[in-house]
Design a protein around this ligand. Structure first.
Ligand code: UDP
Length: 239
């Protein structure tokens, strides 16, 4: 008999940079394939998996805004970048043998489905991986905020934030050797100490709606599955 997972439904936030691998830009086929393999393990263990993917590997709205581009136009470009990443993930997840659906917060319905909450939940119940694209659909937001919002909307049991380090540290572990990792924090500690794991909007949404958040290293194979099985991996943020 297979072990029973600790969570019925999770939402995993992948930044655009998580798809780049060693590259400087764009999408690494190897990385996307590996991620799809880890997602398959979860689905095979009967965990319902929703994804929110960022776009920073392709475009960030703020990038050209500093050089005179209209911020709203830049953010719309950023949202379209997330659709590109979502399509790459959909393809990889289906190659891994699962069913997947991209649902976009802005209408691009010759390319993917529109985001409709009840339909998203139905897909999840049928074991399909749902990939939420185009963030919240609004400029001046981030895909982290979109991840918090969607996690709450679909009644996820846990939001997972994939990062390059294995949790939240007291300082940047890449530049500060004295940095230590927290195993548990409250939302208010994250905000008050400006720990910068996600923007404040995203944290506050989780806090005000009691959505627990676990921050972990996406580059450690198996950690995702450990978390799904209830493992104390990375940093847990709750009340
Ligand atoms: N974006 C937006 N509204 C949203 C989500 C994203 O306008 O709700 C735009 C914004 O320009 C952002 C870009 O899309 O810079 C890519 O998203 P993000 O920076 O969150 O991606 P990540 O850092 O996760 O790769």
């Amino acid at each position: 008999d297979k072990p029973i997972p600790a969570y019925r439904r999770v939402l995993l936030k992948l930044s655009g940079e998580a798809l780049m691998g060693r590259g400087e830009y764009g999408i690494s086929a190897d990385v996307v394939e590996r991620l799809a393999g880890e997602i398959r393990e979860l689905v095979e263990a009967r965990v319902q998996v929703a994804l929110v993917v960022g776009g920073g590997n392709i475009f960030r709205g703020i990038g050209l805004a500093g050089r005179g581009m209209d911020r709203v136009t830049g953010d719309q470009m950023g949202m379209l970048a997330t659709v590109i990443n979502a399509l790459a993930l959909q393809d990889a997840v289906e190659h891994a043998g699962l069913n997947a659906r991209v649902m976009s917060a802005v209408r691009i319905n010759q390319v993917c489905e529109d985001y409709i909450r009840r339909r998203a939940i139905r897909h999840l119940e049928k074991g399909r991986v749902v990939i939420f694209a185009a963030g919240t659909g609004n400029p001046f937001f981030t895909t982290d905020s979109a991840a918090s919002l969607r996690a709450i909307e679909i009644n996820a049991d846990l939001m997972l934030k994939a990062t390059k380090v294995d949790g939240i540290y007291s300082a940047d572990p890449f530049t500060d050797t004295s940095a230590t990792r927290y195993t548990h924090l409250t939302y208010d500690e994250v905000i008050d100490q400006r720990l910068g794991v996600m923007d404040t909007t995203a944290i506050v949404l989780c806090r005000d709606n009691g959505m627990p958040l676990r921050v972990f290293d996406i580059n450690k194979p198996g950690d995702l599955m450990d978390i799904a099985m209830g493992g104390d991996v990375g940093t847990l943020v709750d009340n």
